[in-house]
Design a protein around this ligand. Structure first.
Ligand code: ADP
Length: 474
């Protein structure tokens, strides 16, 4: 059953119980008040009749020493018919009826409980009518008599029945109108829940961008805000997962493609070597192809291993002076004739894993050399900036097209595949650099102009800066 219907049903039940009980007590209260008034009147009338009887008895001529039964009957008849007709019964000392109005109740139960000190009454039903029967004692001329009266109160009972019937109808009308009002109130109250349910359904169907509309500022409104926040986080995570899955698929596709080329060459040349007798030069060329392609495969697998290991690596950073890195690069490329490497840097200290940082710089310088003509200049420099220490490798080589700059850090991505492969590249160097810099909380910045050259740089937080700013060229 719907939540709004549950609210509606509970409200109807509570209202019905409240109206029913309230109405019952109200009508009964009115009835009891009327009955009290009627009883009071009946008792007063009984006292008046008692007094009237005693007065009438006193007026009887004194020659009658004793009050005769016939006189009592006569007085009774007079009392019955004086003014409005009333019902009464007069009994003697033995509670034997001396005079009774026509239609007076026959039973004498009340009479037996009437004494000289107490006036009594009871409500009795008789022939579809209700009466208040009163009983009192009359003391007249040394005779003890019992006077009973009956007052018709059927109207009071009828009023009560009518009161109940009117109230029942009223309750029904109120219940119907309140139910209609409650129907709208409960569906208004549960609207945020319906909106949330719709949002959940939409999200289950794959529409992760759908958000629930916030229509109130209360707890339901807060719930909607929290739900939307959760949906946002969920959407972000799902997109991240989707991107990761896509990246993995791209990686596998690129990896298989990169394996295919050297393997085809190796298999082709190996087949040539085993199936034909080749002259010495062709034999050397074929073996050399197999060797160089095999070497490429080896480099690729080592790089891949490096990337995988780096991803799971927990770095242990050291605080060291940057000159260590520049000296290392200088030593590495000092012997190479085909390139002129210049290193200039401001002194400073950074916090990093030194060997990983050497790998990054080595890769960047290596790429710069590959992109440059023989004998060209490659600059490596270090600068203290507000945000940290900047390392940069700048070349004046081929440059990279603007749209390719974002892609070259992806694994196996090469701008010019044949040129890269011919230089033993596999498109993994920059992917490795990116992973290493990520471990250090940094990222690679690439600025490049096609035909003019490129500059690869990254920032590292520096620990402590020396006072004297020195620039040293090596
Ligand atoms: P590779 O092993 O092929 O060098 P990298 O990941 O290091 O792989 O580089 C990816 C690609 O980016 C290279 O194939 C090259 O096309 C391009 N690239 C990298 N550095 C430079 C540079 N300094 N100048 C021009 N192109 C570059």
């Amino acid at each position: 059953m719907k939540f709004s219907y549950k609210i509606l049903l509970c409200s109807i039940m509570i209202m019905a119980a409240a109206f029913g009980i309230g109405g019952y007590f109200f009508v009964n209260y009115v009835f009891e008040t009327s009955m009290e008034r009627e009883i009071g009147q009946a008792m007063d009338e009984s006292s008046i009749l008692q007094f009237a009887f005693e007065t009438a008895a006193l007026n009887i001529p004194s020659k009658y020493a004793v009050l005769q039964d016939s006189t009592i009957e006569e007085i009774g008849l007079n009392l019955e018919n004086s003014g409005e007709r009333r019902l009464l019964r007069i009994s003697d000392e033995n509670r034997e009826t001396l005079y009774a109005s026509e239609g007076f109740v026959e039973e004498t139960e009340l009479l037996s409980s009437t004494t000289a000190q107490t006036k009594v009454y009871q409500v009795i039903p008789l022939n579809e009518h209700y009466y208040i029967q009163t009983g009192t004692v009359i003391n007249a001329m040394d005779r003890i008599l019992y006077l009973e009266t009956m007052k018709d109160v059927t109207e009071v009972f009828a009023e009560r029945a009518q009161g109940f019937s009117v109230y029942r109808r009223l309750t029904l009308i109120m219940l119907i109108s309140c139910s209609v009002a409650m129907f709208f109130i409960s569906s208004w109250l549960t609207r945020p829940i319906r909106l949330l349910t719709r949002a959940t359904r939409k999200m289950t169907e794959g529409d992760y961008g759908y958000r629930a509309e916030q229509i109130s500022q209360d707890e339901m409104g807060q719930l909607t805000i929290d739900f939307n926040r959760m949906a946002e986080a969920l959407e972000e995570n799902i997109h991240q997962l989707e991107n990761e899955v896509r990246a993995r698929e791209d990686f596998i596709a690129a990896f298989s493609h990169e394996l295919k080329t050297p393997l085809t060459a190796i298999i082709g040349y190996a087949d040539l070597l085993r199936s034909r007798k080749l002259d010495e030069e062709k034999h050397f060329l074929s073996s050399n192809y197999i060797y160089t392609e095999g070497k490429r495969l080896e480099t690729m697998s080592l790089r891949l291993l490096d990337i995988i290991v780096t991803k799971r690596y927990e770095i242990e950073t050291q605080n060291f002076g940057v000159e260590v890195l520049f000296d290392y690069l200088h030593d590495m490329f000092a012997e190479k004739d085909d390139i002129r490497l210049t290193c200039s840097y401001q002194e400073g200290r950074v916090r990093a894993e030194i060997n990983l940082l050497k790998t990054v710089l080595l890769n960047l310088v290596d790429n710069a050399c590959k992109a440059s003509e023989p004998g060209a200049i490659v600059e490596v420099y270090g600068e203290r900036r507000e945000q940290g220490y900047l390392f940069a490798v700048k070349d004046y080589g081929t440059g990279i097209p603007e749209e390719e700059c974002k892609k070259i850090t992806e694994a196996f991505y090469m701008v010019d595949k044949s040129r890269s492969r011919s230089k033993n590249g596999a498109g993994l160097g920059l992917a490795l650099c990116t992973e290493i810099l990520k471990l250090h909380g940094s990222e690679l910045q690439i600025e490049s102009t096609l035909g003019e050259g490129s500059c690869f740089s990254f920032l590292l937080p520096y620990e402590e800066v020396m006072d004297s700013e020195q620039k040293a060229d090596h």
